[in-house]
Ligand binder design. Structure first.
Ligand SMILES: [Zn+2]
Length: 98
């Protein structure tokens, strides 16, 4: 849905169709389980996911996000909103304490 994808801050992409970083083959990457603390931290951030190449057995994290002009603009709007909220809250707190 076009409306949905433009409202998302970041678009997600399935790296299964990306080239393997090691052997450069297409369509050989498959999801791999997180095996240690570091890989679990990556999993929680949801930016990277662990993948394994079925051909050369390469294993590592691959980003699932695509950054476009639209996502950068959305991100800028969100950051501006957060900064504005922080400003308003700090003013409100300042009024209470003074
Ligand atoms: Zn490979």
């Amino acid at each position: 849905m076009a409306i949905n994808s433009t409202r998302k801050v970041l678009l997600r992409l399935d790296p299964s169709y990306k080239r393997c970083p090691s052997c450069g083959d297409v369509n050989t990457l498959r999801r791999s389980r997180a095996k240690n603390f570091y890989e679990n931290v990556l999993k929680v951030t949801r930016v990277y996911k662990m993948y394994r190449c079925r051909k050369c057995n390469w294993r590592g994290p691959i980003s699932t996000l695509i950054i476009t002009k639209q996502t950068l603009r959305n991100l800028a709007i969100y950051i501006a909103m957060v900064l504005l909220t922080l400003f308003i809250v700090s003013r409100a707190i300042g009024n209470i304490t003074s």
